[in-house]
Design a protein around this ligand. Structure first.
Ligand SMILES: [Mn+2]
Length: 435
């Protein structure tokens, strides 16, 4: 409506952990495809930024692995950056543990400028490589502020100080975005990443920003349900652990409103896990192969990607008459090759997990093994309190305290043994006892 000024929104793409040109596992074909895929994913992100006419692209660290980026990689990266700046799109790049910002490091030599306090309407490449946060105000054609981006970088490879704690909301009535490579200690799968620049909930509460573009943990997630703190995850899954669609977060911020965050799929290749828990009927090799193929087809039908862009890890578990075949690395490799040809997937892996062949208990009785003896001992201890107490150490680490009565000790010890019988049985059944 005329006369009402709608506050301008700040629109950007949040990317992180590009790891362009890093080594991968898998077949040679898979490695080559993934190498190209990391580049294609970035290119797709740049295409999207141009297409949507965004204000900025934020790269939250680990754009590459320092010392491993070839000249071709540098050229590619900078070509993409220049496509953005030519279109008036700013790039804010903060350094991480893999691409630290020391003078000798590659990040400092790419051609980015150390972040200044303002950025005009023409596009620019802004680098945060020092541990003290710096605020950049983005200005529109009229010189009016649109938003502020506050960033700090890793100045060397192993930053152990909390960088997030140094962030403060700058004054002004435009949206403020923080960009940082950090290990938020409570984030999902954070235990799989090195604890660099560790941060915690209260840092984000104190800073009170409108959005945090984080990098480091490769799993995409909103870190706190009640705060706009996000990991974009890595851009392209590079190994079997990095499953599912990968890409970036498209963010729209309006002063006084909640951030609008939308995931955009950019990775051209995806890793998937397929759990195969129902293989009891697979008593011959052909039936087994067919079961894998059917599961593969189901994945294919739900994925927009073509078979040659899917890397699949099958995880057979539970009872299966052919568990020995699947557990033997040589025959498993042959199965993987056949499945790869049959399905057309880029990569096929089979990784059994707690797979066993069901046998009669009487089978166990006939074959002496240490597992069987342990099984018997546990059964006795479960039934006979004296035996249970006799095998327990005098000092128990549990929180028994003043409650250290006979009754409580027994209860505590029983709880410790729970599930152990099942585990041993499985080991006996899986044939481990005889190998
Ligand atoms: Mn990292």
């Amino acid at each position: 409506m005329w006369g009402i000024v709608v506050p301008m929104s700040f629109r950007f793409l949040h990317l992180a952990d590009l790891h362009i040109e890093t080594a991968f596992g898998g077949r040679i074909e898979t490695r080559e495809r993934l190498l190209a895929a990391t580049r294609e994913a970035l290119q797709a992100g740049v295409d999207l930024a141009l297409d949507r006419d965004l204000h900025a692209v934020l790269i939250a660290g680990d754009a590459f692995d320092d010392g491993k980026l070839t000249q071709a990689g540098v050229d590619f990266l900078m070509d993409q950056m220049q496509r953005l700046t030519r279109a008036g799109i700013h790039v804010f790049y903060t350094t991480g543990n893999h691409d630290p910002g020391s003078k000798q490091g590659q990040a400092a030599q790419l051609g980015f400028e150390d972040a200044d306090s303002t950025a005009g309407p023409e596009g620019g490449l802004h680098l945060f490589r020092r541990s003290t946060p710096k605020a950049v105000t983005l200005l529109d054609d009229e010189g009016e502020p649109i938003a502020m981006v506050v960033g700090a970088g890793h100045s060397q490879a192993k930053v152990e100080t909390n960088l997030a704690a140094k962030f403060k909301r700058p004054k002004g009535d435009v949206p403020v975005v923080g960009i940082l490579h950090t290990q938020v200690e409570s984030a999902a799968i954070s235990e799989e990443h090195a604890n660099y620049a560790p941060s915690e909930r209260k840092d984000y509460e104190n800073a009170n920003l409108d959005y945090w573009a984080l990098g480091h943990v490769h799993k995409r997630q909103q870190v706190f349900a009640d705060m706009p703190v996000w990991y974009a995850g890595n851009l392209q899954g590079r190994n079997p652990k990095e499953v599912g669609p990968k890409g970036g977060l498209l963010v729209e911020l309006r002063q006084g409103e909640e951030a609008k965050v939308e995931f955009v799929r950019l990775a051209p290749v995806e890793w998937h896990h397929i759990a195969m828990a129902d293989l009891q009927g697979a008593s011959d090799r052909d039936t087994l192969l067919a079961a894998f193929e059917v599961a593969g087809q189901e994945l294919q039908q739900t994925s927009p990607l073509s078979a040659q862009d899917l890397c699949v890890r099958f995880i057979p578990s539970g009872a299966c008459p052919l568990s020995a075949l699947l557990r033997d690395s040589q025959s498993r490799m042959q199965l993987e090759e056949e499945l790869q040809v049959e399905t057309g997937f880029l990569e096929v892996q089979i990784r059994p997990k707690q797979l066993f062949t069901r046998r009669d208990l009487s089978d166990l009785e006939r074959t002496p093994s240490v597992q069987l003896e342990a099984l018997k001992l546990i059964r006795t201890a479960q039934q006979d309190d004296e035996v249970l107490l006799s095998i327990a150490p005098a000092l128990l680490p549990g929180n028994l305290g003043q409650e250290d009565s006979r009754e409580n000790r027994i209860q505590y010890l029983r709880a410790r043994l729970e599930g152990l019988e099942e585990e041993l049985l499985q080991r006996c059944f899986s044939g481990e006892a005889w190998q």
